[in-house]
Design a protein around this ligand. Structure first.
Ligand code: SF4
Length: 275
């Protein structure tokens, strides 16, 4: 009697095929603009290309892994939280939004990450999570939000990088995989609400305009500081950087000062407080 074991990619290919058909079903029409299209960190140009050239936006084994991780984590945490409505369908000035959990008093945004570091307001990724939650607070008119980040890996500290790769070490007191949540308070009458509202509407108009006229040049590329982590992995790199232009106005937008970097706009405290 023999148990026969062979490497077999059929199951993985089935997952890829079905994930592609799911993406295709959810393929957004050019009239729809979602919060995820216009959030500065997700790259508005990449969102444009994936609408116009979905066939180039390939699905890798890694995409399947991230998709399953994100969806399953969100499903379980939403059930455990047992509060409010999950994935409510909202519309604001032509922008569609689906916050993970929404109740009368608060909006909860769930994030799941493989990041080795424990994030805070100095990290671009944290700021991008926060901005998405703030957009939802603006759209809903709700003052209180929760940003809940689930870390999948034990904490590692970066030492250095060289041509062979990155070097990390794991301290004895490294934090394990865990979930860390942050309460966010944006008062109803705060000027930041108005500024974020204008930012959203301006980016939405720009995005729609580019789609309508098939003109990506009016959309900003990622700023230089954000390119190293995202652009090399982008399926549209050559088209974006070597074939298509970027207008001077779009370049200005890419280099505008982020409202979160203005002194006094964010009061971040990494410990429990009243608000
Ligand atoms: S190469 Fe960079 S800037 Fe261009 S679309 Fe891709 S992520 Fe955006």
């Amino acid at each position: 009697m023999t148990v026969i074991i062979r490497r077999d990619d059929k199951f993985n290919n089935l997952l890829k095929l079905n994930l592609r058909s799911r993406y295709n079903q959810k393929r957004r029409s050019e009239d729809e603009v979602h919060v995820s299209d216009i959030i500065p960190s997700s790259c508005i140009r990449r969102q444009y290309y994936s609408r116009k050239f979905p066939e180039i936006d390939t699905i890798s084994d890694e995409s399947i892994y991230h998709f399953i991780r994100g969806e399953s984590s969100e499903f379980v945490i939403t059930q455990l939280a047992n509060m409010g409505v999950s994935q409510a369908h909202l519309e604001f000035d032509g922008i569609l939004a689906h916050p993970d959990i929404m109740s009368d008093e608060s909006v909860v945004e769930l994030k799941d990450t493989l990041n080795f570091n424990r994030l805070n307001i100095t990290d671009e990724k944290f700021k991008s999570y926060l901005r998405q939650l703030l957009y939802y607070l603006v759209i809903t008119g709700v003052e209180r939000g929760v940003l809940s980040i689930r870390y999948n890996t034990k904490e590692l500290r970066w030492i250095k990088s060289d041509s062979k790769g990155d070097y990390f070490f794991q301290p004895h007191d490294a934090k394990g995989p865990f979930t860390e949540s942050w309460s966010v308070y944006l008062p109803k009458d705060d000027i930041v609400r108005e500024i974020l509202k204008n930012e959203m509407v301006r980016r939405k108009n720009l995005f729609k305009n580019a789609l309508e006229h098939s003109d990506v040049s009016i959309l900003p590329r990622l700023s230089q500081a954000k390119r190293s982590s995202k652009c090399p992995k982008c399926n549209f790199y050559n088209r974006c950087m070597n074939e298509d232009d970027e207008t001077p106005e779009a370049q200005e937008i890419a280099n505008e000062l982020d409202i979160m970097d203005i002194s006094g706009v964010i009061d971040f405290r990494p410990f429990q407080s009243e608000h």
